[in-house]
Design a protein around this ligand. Structure first.
Ligand code: TRP
Length: 334
């Protein structure tokens, strides 16, 4: 088995990336590209498991690409491309549909959460979405997958699928078992209005999240309005029990200032939350606004963004086709 490390991750082009996406996974992409060969994919085929307006989908694919570049992914170091332009993703997904088990998919909590009681009306694609995700990863024999905590179960399924393929086709170690890389400090960024809910693009109030494209003014207003606590900042983590909004703001500050939560508490204990909010706002403006401005700038040159995807697709295609040849051979397809 080759011991080469390779990172792969995907981001859905659903528009409006926010601080939760950024700190939960995207920030990791940038540091990983220094450590190993990395492939980052705008997963447009995943997006269409829920109906997308075609024009908006195209625009969102370019916007996600601009976000990759704005936060520091370098197309010379990483492969940046969109999923649908390499047909091997769909082809391998089909093969893996035949390896994966219905019982395994039935355990996927994200599907259950998404469809609620409306299961009969969900697309078949949404149901087998995790098999396509496994195909994304295994098509490149990726070893490391930076994702948000919500994708942990899907990653475990990818490992199960890889293992079953290796066993069924008698090719031990053919697919490496991909390892999830989930940021430890801040795997979940919570809503600014309800600290028990994840920050999400689908929450109705825009005050619940910081979008990467928010202006300085918007960030200032949102943090000012964010729920915190009427007591002053405590000196220990235990006192934050039952105060998820306060904990979330402190965690955000600790992440953006690169300090442990303990250190932040030691520094800020006894102060009011308004003090924390002022400092947090400054850090957000310093770190998020430049990304947002760069996204807007890049979106003015869509042909440049398309060319980045085209070039990335060519490189991805070469790896994919090479691996697919072996996969077809293993399965017995002529
Ligand atoms: N399901 C992932 C998400 O919603 C996106 C994704 C698709 C992905 N394919 C992937 C992530 C492969 C990592 C690896 O966040």
């Amino acid at each position: 088995m080759s011991k080469k490390k390779l990172a792969f991750s995907g981001v859905q082009p659903t528009g409006n990336l926010h601080l939760g996406n950024y700190l939960g996974a995207l920030k990791n992409f940038v540091s990983l590209q220094q450590e190993m060969e990395s492939i980052y994919c705008v997963v447009d085929l995943h997006a269409i498991t829920i109906f997308q307006n075609p024009k908006i989908l195209k625009n969102n694919t370019l916007e996600t690409t601009s976000c990759f570049l704005a936060m520091g992914l370098d197309p010379k170091k990483s492969i940046i491309f969109n999923q649908s332009s390499v047909s091997g993703h769909a082809e391998l997904a089909w093969i893996l549909n035949c390896v994966s088990r219905i019982g395994w998919l039935n355990r996927m909590t994200q599907f259950k959460d998404k469809v609620g009681s409306n299961k009969e009306k969900a697309s078949v694609g949404l149901y087998i979405y995790p098999n396509l995700m496994a195909a994304d990863i295994l098509l490149y024999k990726a070893t490391h997958v930076p994702v948000g905590a919500d994708q942990k179960q899907h990653l475990e399924l990818s490992r199960d699928i890889a293992q079953k393929f290796n066993k069924d086709f008698n090719c031990e170690n053919f697919f490496p078992l991909p390892e999830p890389l989930i940021s430890k400090n801040i795997s979940r960024v919570m809503s600014l209005r309800d600290g028990l809910k994840k920050m999400s693009k689908s929450e109705e109030s825009d005050y619940s999240r910081i979008n990467l494209k928010d202006s300085e003014d918007e960030i200032t207003k949102k943090i000012k309005k964010a729920k915190s606590d009427s007591a002053s900042i405590p000196d220990n983590l235990k006192s934050l029990n039952g105060k998820p909004e306060a904990l979330n703001l402190l965690t955000l500050y600790s992440e953006l200032s690169n300090q442990t939560l303990e250190k932040v508490l030691a520094e800020m204990s006894g102060k009011e939350y308004s003090f924390l909010k002022k400092n947090l706002t400054e850090l957000l403006i310093e770190q998020i606004c430049p990304v947002g401005k760069e996204i807007n700038k890049l979106m003015d040159d869509k042909s440049y963004l398309s060319s980045i995807l085209r070039e990335g697709s060519k490189k991805a295609q070469l790896i994919a086709e090479d691996n697919l040849k072996n996969i077809r051979e293993k399965v017995g397809l002529i």
